[in-house]
Design a protein around this ligand. Structure first.
Ligand code: C5P
Length: 244
């Protein structure tokens, strides 16, 4: 999956809507994320179709279950030839190791192993919810670092996190440990316009060390999605270029 391209979150309700959107981009090869909404409506065949079209797919199903179930589920998903998958880091080390084993067993001979990442804390989660509802005794930052540590210990490739956490995660766990970051908004976005709380621009995400940015609604809900994609792509690539 090409790090220089944003991953577009295909949060559409049907394969029909997603394909209409993808057709806007002619033959351009994209990084796309298929999440629960689309996967549950369109299923594995749709994922195969998007891969066949030449796009790289991040299958964002955020699995969380007992290790045995996760291992077998991952072995199935491995056959879809997606480029990236994820599990909740809060499922623990045994569960994450089972996910890795399942993938290793399921990927066809000669095919590349997909990137496997752990979800630390959702970018929509605010610290107050952690305290009041989840009764977490540590701060949100401490919890994220703990979950990232468990993810690395389990042999996964990196974490999904807010761009605001990328820097610290790289300092602690190394620059090879990937940070995949949603919560990306253009600079004209006003906080509170939607459910994302811990947000940054593509430029700032690059400076904070995000390895991959995930962008949904700013592109999919735009009047001209291709134009906004190009704006985000340019901002991201220019910022990455400035860092090297
Ligand atoms: O529309 P928006 O840009 O907010 O889309 C962000 C995408 O990233 C959504 O598909 C959401 O499910 C996903 N995501 C997230 N926070 C995480 C993990 C995934 O927003 N921690």
């Amino acid at each position: 999956m090409d790090k220089k391209k944003p991953i577009i979150a295909l949060d559409f309700k049907s394969d029909k809507d997603a394909l209409i959107f993808l057709d806007l981009f002619s033959n351009e090869e994209l990084n796309v994320k298929i999440g629960m909404e689309l996967f549950y409506s369109a299923g594995p065949d749709f994922v195969r179709e998007v891969v066949r079209k030449g796009h790289s797919v991040f299958l964002d199903l955020k699995l969380y279950d007992i290790p045995n179930t996760i291992e077998h589920a991952m072995a199935q998903l491995a056959q879809l030839e997606v480029s990236m998958l994820n599990v909740h880091a809060s499922g623990g080390v045994d569960m994450m190791r089972a996910a890795r084993n399942g993938l290793e067993q399921g990927v066809s001979k000669g095919k590349e192993q997909p990137i496997l990442i752990g979800v630390t804390q959702l970018t929509s989660r605010d610290p107050k919810t952690n305290e009041d509802e989840m009764q977490l005794a540590v701060t949100q930052a401490e919890s994220i670092l703990n979950l990232a540590e468990l993810t690395q210990k389990s042999g996964l490739d990196g974490v999904v996190c807010s761009p605001l956490e990328s820097e610290k995660i790289h300092q602690k766990f190394g620059t090879d440990f990937l940070t995949v970051t949603p919560g990306i908004r253009l600079s004209d976005h006003k906080n509170g316009q939607d459910d994302q709380v811990r947000i940054t621009t593509p430029e700032k995400a690059a400076h904070l060390g995000s390895d991959y940015i995930v962008v949904g609604r700013p592109i999919t809900k735009a009047t001209d999605p291709v134009k906004i994609y190009e704006v985000i792509l340019k901002e991201w690539q220019e910022a990455l270029g400035g860092i090297k």
